[in-house]
Ligand binder design. Structure first.
Ligand code: TRP
Length: 336
């Protein structure tokens, strides 16, 4: 008999074109996790509304993100792939969880504080409630495992607290999720300012490699990457720029730091940068081609989304019914 696998949930927001940092930190790992866990991968479109979006762009990015998932190797036969807003239970469970969440614990969140500062003209309740919606995403599927980057660790903590709080206040209902942090190599920094994380919202386009960049753009951006004057290819904490390039090369070539240092002994930065760019391009470009093929077949993407929604909603409805019952909401039964 097949062993029952633990359930895993993760999601990315369709709020911009993902960078290689998003790919390495999230989607690339998802592909391998599919064989180990029962995976549910979502597109967190409701979360993006917490900052201003252009409606037509949001719709297009949702399509692009699902095409990217598929192009990277997320397999809708193995995993449940769906768009958050297609399953209304996420918003419904958020309401219930809101009634056991304290404003103080949300106001303390680092991301909330950062975003309220960066979007001072649009500090809204959704921005504050963001972690509760994320908790609903996870708890709705009784997910035991959640792969998250460092920046989402605090939010996962809230999800764990809410699960426990609910179970204590009412009756045992939710699994308490565990986070798994992706292995090393996940810390990809800006190419222009290696003290900061690579970010898709960086105003300087040379700071990041987007999953949409073509080979020439990738080479041009790596050529311009900030390094130092020592000119020795090595991972060295005091030289953040070259260390970042070594990390990126390691992830994309599968070579260890030691192997890379040996291979590039006596080789200049210029030549090394081209090698890094080639390694990245040889992964990214074929993904991009497949993504564009999917995008050209909108009917297929719609079909995948609808099937994913049906599978996700089946699980979510069952869970939400249990929650409604356990909090004391009356459910009428049809007798005839
Ligand atoms: N907040 C996550 C991010 O921006 C995306 C997300 C939404 C998520 N719901 C989730 C991640 C549930 C893990 C689990 O990266």
């Amino acid at each position: 008999m097949e062993e029952k696998r633990a359930r895993l949930f993760s999601a990315v927001q369709p709020s911009g074109i993902p960078t290689i940092a998003n790919y390495i930190g999230a989607i690339k790992n998802w592909v391998d996790l599919q064989d180990k866990y029962e995976c549910i991968y979502s597109i967190a479109d409701l979360h993006t509304l917490t900052v201003k979006q252009v409606p037509a762009t949001l719709r297009q990015r949702t399509l692009e993100l699902i095409a990217l998932y598929l192009a990277c190797g997320v397999d809708p036969e193995k995993s449940t792939v769906f768009v958050q807003s297609h399953v209304p239970c996420h918003a419904e469970l958020t309401w219930i969880l809101n009634t056991i969440t304290y404003p103080g614990e949300l106001a303390r969140m680092t991301q909330y504080k950062d975003k309220s500062r960066n979007h001072a003209d649009n500090v809204n309740m959704g921005l504050m409630d963001y972690p509760v919606l994320m908790a609903a995403d996870i708890l709705l599927y009784n997910a035991e495992v959640v792969p998250v980057g460092k920046d989402q660790k605090q939010h996962l903590e809230i999800a764990r607290d809410l699960a426990e709080r609910f179970n204590n206040r009412y009756s045992p209902t939710f699994a308490v999720p565990e986070g798994i942090i992706p292995k090393v190599g996940a810390n990809i920094m800006s190419l222009q300012d290696p003290a900061h994380k690579m970010s898709k919202s960086d105003p300087n386009e040379n700071a990041f490699i987007s999953m949409n960049d073509d080979r020439d753009t990738i080479i041009r951006k790596f050529k311009r990457a900030v390094t130092d004057s020592e000119s020795r290819v090595a991972f060295d904490e005091n030289r953040a720029g070259i260390s970042n390039l070594v990390s990126i090369y390691s992830v994309f070539s599968g070579k260890t730091f030691a192997e890379i240092e040996k291979q590039f002994e006596g080789v200049g930065y210029g030549e090394f940068k081209i090698e890094v760019a080639e390694a990245v391009a040889s992964t990214i470009c074929p993904i991009n081609e497949r993504k564009n093929e999917y995008l050209a077949n909108k009917a297929y993407l719609d079909k995948i989304m609808i099937e994913g929604k049906e599978r996700a909603e089946y699980m979510a409805r069952k869970m939400l019914a249990k929650v409604y019952k356990n909090v004391g909401l009356y459910t009428p039964e049809r007798k005839s």
